[in-house]
Design a protein around this ligand. Structure first.
Ligand code: UN1
Length: 494
């Protein structure tokens, strides 16, 4: 019997009003891990009402007190890191080494956001008038709707929920239906750390039935979303009509540039980690290698050797180096893209098929895949695949490499392997992505730097880092006139 989980609304655990449920499956073997409420608009309305009711007193709770809860959450996550990592591996597949990192990112974020409780800096500035004080402060926006993806089922929700909470907002959180258990654990940790009832509410379910009503609900002031471009664009459109603030974190088509003077061994290791880590299912995953023609054949040889050597299997097995793709639909999508690439003229140098031998047949596994002869305009070089597939594009020089990198609808992360410091700085300046790495792969952003991308990756917001509060606060300007007379700005002083 699968364990039954409930929504978390106003501090109580409740089923969906409809009584409907869905099952959470392990992508490594099809095992049923849990049964969760399949929520709809009625459940979202309950959660939004609870969040609204909790808002007035949470807003007025001193920020350092709000932060204390986050410090305690950070400690509790650290104590439970291994169990949390195992739960994440079971429900979404990536290997334990990486789910430990996912949980660690949540710990880092807890301490980072908690630190804001004693900062939350405003700005003071002189008034243009005598005997008058001027300053601006951050204030919470209200109720925040959080909708997240399954690939970082712990870290990414913390990037949104912790800053929203420390700033004084209350939250309704809809985790991905592919990773609901981690949403449950996060809520439990916050509850145990002393978060008052209603400040965080969780509704489980699908984007269509629970996510859309959350976006449309009038009590939800901000939507913070991580997921696909199609859904993010629909949320932005809906949010614009309703006058909501929408912060979007969407796809990537991230590239590693490899120049002719690069350390090719290091570059190949970084390509393999960035392309096949998390089974290629990171929004920061490397899906293109843009390589100088003099280094191309050698790079292909090295990356193909690494791809063929990767041990595929259940992420709970310490010997496994790459886990499954999250579900069958995604597996089919990945395979379809490889077919499209081959149809467009790319050569499959490694992988190119699901992995089905022995116990792998029970899960949704795909072989690490390397495509060569890819041209910038091909669909496999333009569209996000979100699987363990990397394409090689050959270029003549740095300028062409940068041009090719920037020629996609996305701009999340990019990287360059190069020895020459002048070329490194040119790349840092001209690569049009929100994150640029030098002599490092495209994944592994740290929580205390802004995270996000240009062009189709987002809508201008950056998560975490010193920008973490921007999506979740309004600026309020305050003027205090202590002259005892009416002073007319722009008139009396000119
Ligand atoms: C994501 O894939 O949605 O930079 C987030 C990284 C991780 C976060 C990835 N720290 O790869």
């Amino acid at each position: 019997m699968a364990e039954k989980y409930l929504n978390f609304v106003g501090g109580r655990r409740v089923p969906a009003r409809s009584g409907k449920t869905f099952f959470n499956l392990n992508p490594a073997n099809g095992e049923v891990l849990g049964e969760f409420p399949h929520s709809d608009a009625a459940d979202v309305a309950d959660a939004a009402a609870a969040a609204r009711a909790a808002y007035p007193s949470w807003r007025l709770t001193p920020a350092p007190k709000r932060a204390e809860i986050l410090f305690r959450v950070g400690q509790r996550i650290a104590e439970r890191k291994e169990d949390l990592a195992r739960a994440a591996t079971r429900e979404m597949g990536k290997i334990l080494l990486e789910t430990r990192g996912d949980v660690q990112e949540g710990i880092d974020m807890a301490y980072l956001a908690a630190g804001e409780g004693r900062r939350l800096y405003g700005v003071t500035t002189p008034s243009a008038m005598p005997d008058k004080w001027a300053m601006s402060v951050r204030v919470p926006v209200g109720v925040v709707g959080v909708i997240t993806a399954w690939n970082f089922p712990f870290a990414v929700p913390t990037w949104k929920i912790f800053p929203a909470l420390v700033a004084g907002n209350t939250v309704v959180f809809k985790p991905s239906e592919e990773s609901p258990e981690m949403g449950h654990h996060l809520a439990r940790l916050l509850e145990e750390a002393g978060l008052p009832a209603g400040v965080l509410n969780v509704v489980f379910g699908t984007g269509t039935d629970a996510g859309s009503p959350l976006v449309r609900h009038p009590e939800i002031n901000v939507i913070s979303f991580t997921g696909s471009n199609a859904v993010g664009t629909a949320i932005a459109t809906e949010g614009a009509k309703l006058g909501k603030r929408v912060s979007l974190e969407m796809g990537g088509k991230n590239a590693i540039l490899v120049m002719d003077d690069a350390d090719l061994d290091l570059a190949a290791t970084a390509v393999a980690w960035s392309a096949f880590g998390t089974t290629g299912q990171r929004c920061t995953a490397c899906s293109r290698v843009i390589v100088h023609e003099k280094a191309c054949d050698e790079m292909v040889r090295r990356v193909v050797a690494r791809a063929n050597a990767i041990r595929i299997g259940d992420g709970l097995d310490p010997a496994t180096e790459m886990g499954p793709v999250v579900n069958r639909r995604q597996l089919e999508k990945v395979h379809t893209y490889v077919g499209i690439g081959a149809g467009e003229g790319a050569k499959i140098e490694a992988g190119g098929a699901p992995a089905v031998e022995g116990a792998l047949a029970r899960g949704t596994f795909y072989r690490p895949t390397v495509l060569t002869g890819v041209l910038p305009s091909m669909r496999v070089a333009q569209e996000e695949i979100f699987g363990p597939v990397v394409s090689f594009l050959r270029v003549a020089n740095l300028e062409e490499a940068i041009e090719v990198n920037n020629h996609t609808p996305f701009g999340l992360s990019s990287s360059i392997f190069v020895g020459d410091v002048n070329r490194a700085f040119r790349a840092m300046r001209d690569l049009d992505t929100g994150i640029v790495y030098v002599n490092h792969g495209t994944t592994g952003a740290e929580t205390h730097l802004p995270f996000g991308g240009t062009r189709g990756t987002g809508n201008g917001h950056r998560e975490a880092g010193h920008t973490m509060l921007d999506a979740f606060t309004e600026w309020k300007s305050l003027y205090v006139d202590f002259s005892g007379r009416l002073q007319r700005a722009q008139i009396d002083n000119n």
